[in-house]
Design a protein around this ligand. Structure first.
Ligand SMILES: [Zn+2]
Length: 359
């Protein structure tokens, strides 16, 4: 059965860290008027049939003729409510915010991922130019607010493309986010991903070097103990050639010092904390918290180590470093801009609030 093969493929992509990390990415399958799409709060790598929610496609189509509030929070609340009403009877899970995009792509299967390699392009100064050269058949979507606004822009661009060329692209690159690929079969999508990754790889000038380096044990345990007094989370430490390169000085740190994609904000915080070699870690931590009303999740100590507060920030920090290295081959890194970072930070709070309220 096709839905079952979607589950198999979702698990495979989801277990491969080069395609997606933690809860990122989502997949869908359309069967007539019904779309099976990943529900919120599930990770692809461990997904089962229960991780998908069935939606009525003709009801979803009606969303496009509705008028929504111009206020970000109100609009997303209204759209979410309408999306909930598009679920088939008996469905209780919340569809992913990206379900609207899945519905728009006129292909039975859609796989949306956040591969570091692809984001090396979508988060690069020359990303758009390179995408047009390497993948002229694809659509490029600039940085826009996720959720309804993003889906609406994709819809407009797809219509324009169809009117102009009579075709609909099966490949969409989203700036500072990832890629959507649609296909008639999962095998077809697999081939597209294979070719996309291969083409990007062939253009890389260098690869990240995560060879481990020895640490100053005494210094690391001092910092560990200090951080232990401001967090209940497990503290992970990593140190390797690439981290040493970016943590050489404040200037090199700039290349990894902000957020590339929403995933990075959600799991690793909106930016890592920079601590200069002779600076007091706790003092730097306290001023970060005071200035930003949030604790840092990743602490980068010059020439010493990267400290992750909790298990989740570390893989995202590695990903961020990979993205930055890949982007060097395409004009250098380009982070999300401040208004977008603020929007995502605020949206996360909202999402949390709505989860709590729904309980
Ligand atoms: Zn996404």
């Amino acid at each position: 059965m096709s839905f079952e093969s979607l589950i198999d493929h979702s698990k495979r992509y989801g277990s491969d860290a080069s395609f997606v990390l933690l809860g990122g990415g989502n997949t869908s399958y359309k069967d007539g008027n019904v779309m099976y799409v990943k529900a919120s709060g599930h990770a692809l790598g461990t997904i089962t049939a229960e991780g998908f929610v069935r939606m009525d496609l003709s009801k979803m189509e009606k969303i496009w003729s509705k008028k929504y509030s111009s206020d970000d929070e109100e609009r997303e609340d209204e759209v979410l409510k309408d999306m909930m009403d598009c679920r088939l009877e008996g469905e209780t899970a919340r569809p992913s915010v990206e379900a609207l995009l899945h519905a728009l792509l006129p292909f039975p299967y859609v796989i949306h991922l956040h591969p570091a390699l692809v984001n090396g392009l979508t988060c690069a100064v020359e990303g758009e130019k390179t995408v047009h050269t390497l993948f002229p058949e694809s659509l490029w979507i600039e940085l826009v607010k996720p959720g309804f606004i993003l889906a609406n822009i994709v819809r407009e661009r797809m219509e324009k493309q169809k009117n102009e060329s009579g075709t609909t692209s099966s490949m969409i690159f989203l700036q500072n986010h990832g890629i959507f690929v649609g296909g008639q079969s999962l095998e077809e999508i697999e081939e597209v991903y294979h070719s996309v990754m291969g083409k990007i790889e062939s253009k890389l000038k260098r690869l990240p070097d995560f060879s481990e380096l020895p640490v100053d044990g005494e210094k690391v345990s001092q910092i560990n103990a200090a951080l232990g007094s401001v967090t209940d989370e497990n503290i992970l430490v990593a140190w390797n050639t690439e981290f040493a390169h970016f943590l050489e000085n404040e200037k090199s740190f700039e290349q990894i010092g902000s957020s590339f994609t929403p995933d990075h904000i959600v799991y690793a915080g909106f930016k890592p904390l920079w601590v200069a070699k002779n600076e007091d870690v706790l003092a730097a931590f306290a001023s970060f918290e005071k200035e930003n009303n949030v604790k840092p999740k990743v602490v980068c100590v010059q020439g010493t180590g990267v400290f992750s507060l909790g298990e989740k920030p570390m893989p995202l920090f590695f990903d961020s470093v990979s993205v930055s290295v890949y982007s060097e081959s395409f004009g250098g890194p380009q982070f999300m801009d401040k208004p977008m970072i603020d929007f995502i930070r605020n949206w996360e709070v909202e999402k949390y609030r709505s989860t709590v309220a729904a309980k």
